[in-house]
Design a protein around this ligand. Structure first.
Ligand SMILES: NC(=O)c1ccc[n+]([C@@H]2O[C@H](COP(=O)([O-])OP(=O)(O)OC[C@H]3O[C@@H](n4cnc5c(N)ncnc54)[C@H](OP(=O)(O)O)[C@@H]3O)[C@@H](O)[C@H]2O)c1
Length: 279
């Protein structure tokens, strides 16, 4: 399979990358940190040299970067069997992308939304293909505020993050309807509480506490990657769409994540934000 993976340079994504490569799949991975890229290239040299592994520089919080990635893929004339929207961030300090959109929303929802829609528009995904969105059980407590969709007014980092993860579920729900005619399956995964470097962008007491919790309570990145690898490659899993998975099993998301009107509105508002930027 040809698999496009975002956020394959660390944590769950890096672990999924290694498993998928060793199972014989061809991987196309986004990165934004050149040091990490060089380290991965050297540790996975055999795959890189045999053209089983390629990289695209892309900050998913920046739609212009996504456009560059799309243009690069077009030149290479590749079609994928699977797109894994894994990249994600927890940021304790509010920060904004070049459009003035809060970065957690921009990275965790708007970027994957724009990337995925661009893939579909350019016909980059084969019929029978799969899209996997990496969400989180953190969505359970979240409710979107359409007067402040990027949560830039919110003082709580957890609210900003959990809302962005609710967006992953709602996006999965609506996208699965839109892609059903093309026979493309779309699902969302909660990887578990995983011992990764998430939330380590800046150093501080909160980062320290989160690291401790993940160290003591978290499963390994390989265990965290298991369900998304399963959804990407397993034949049975390929028949389901619009679903939420935990530990390889279908799970029930929050009531909010199942509201079609909210999913439709999120879609429309996301398009409006992007249109404003590109007009
Ligand atoms: N860890 C958990 O307990 C947990 C629980 C539930 C859900 N999740 C979800 O799992 C996914 C992966 O998280 P993780 O725990 O593996 O975190 P991680 O170790 O921090 O890895 C995150 C990956 O996303 C990339 N990334 C972050 N912001 C980006 C941006 N603006 N543009 C492009 N790439 C970006 C990172 O790139 P760099 O290498 O450049 O930083 C890295 O490759 C996320 O969607 C997260 O919400 C994690």
């Amino acid at each position: 399979m040809k698999i496009f993976l975002t956020g394959g340079t660390d944590g769950i994504g890096l672990s999924a990358l290694k498993t998928l490569l060793t199972s014989g799949h061809q991987l196309y991975v986004t990165y934004r940190n050149s040091k990490k890229l060089e380290k991965i290239k050297s540790s996975l040299r055999v795959f890189y040299e045999n053209k089983k592994l390629s990289f695209f520089e892309c900050d998913l919080a920046e739609p212009e970067d996504i456009d560059k990635t799309i243009a690069a893929i077009k030149k290479l004339n590749i079609k994928f069997d699977c797109l894994i929207n894994n990249a994600g961030a927890i940021l304790f300090k509010k920060s904004f992308n070049s459009m003035g959109i809060e970065k957690v929303f921009a990275t965790n929802h708007l970027g994957p939304f724009y990337l995925t829609n661009s893939f579909l528009k350019e016909n980059f995904i084969n019929r029978g293909g799969r899209i996997i969105n990496v969400g989180s059980s953190a969505h359970q407590s979240a409710v979107l505020d359409f007067n402040n969709l990027d949560s830039s007014n919110s003082r709580s980092w957890y609210e900003r993050y959990s809302r962005s993860k609710l967006c992953n579920l709602l996006f999965t729900l609506e996208l699965s309807k839109k892609t059903s005619n093309e026979n493309i399956q779309v699902n969302c995964v909660h990887p578990g509480i995983v011992n990764t470097n998430i939330a380590q962008e800046h150093k501080g007491i909160l980062q320290f506490i989160i690291k401790l919790v993940l160290n003591f309570k978290g499963i390994s990145p390989a265990e965290g990657a298991d369900t998304l690898v399963y959804l990407a490659t397993n034949d049975t899993a390929g028949n389901l769409s619009g679903k939420y998975f935990i530990k390889r099993k279908q799970a029930v998301p929050s009531k909010e994540a199942l509201k079609h009107d909210v999913a439709v509105r999120l879609w429309q508002e996301s398009i409006k934000i992007l249109d404003r930027f590109f007009s």
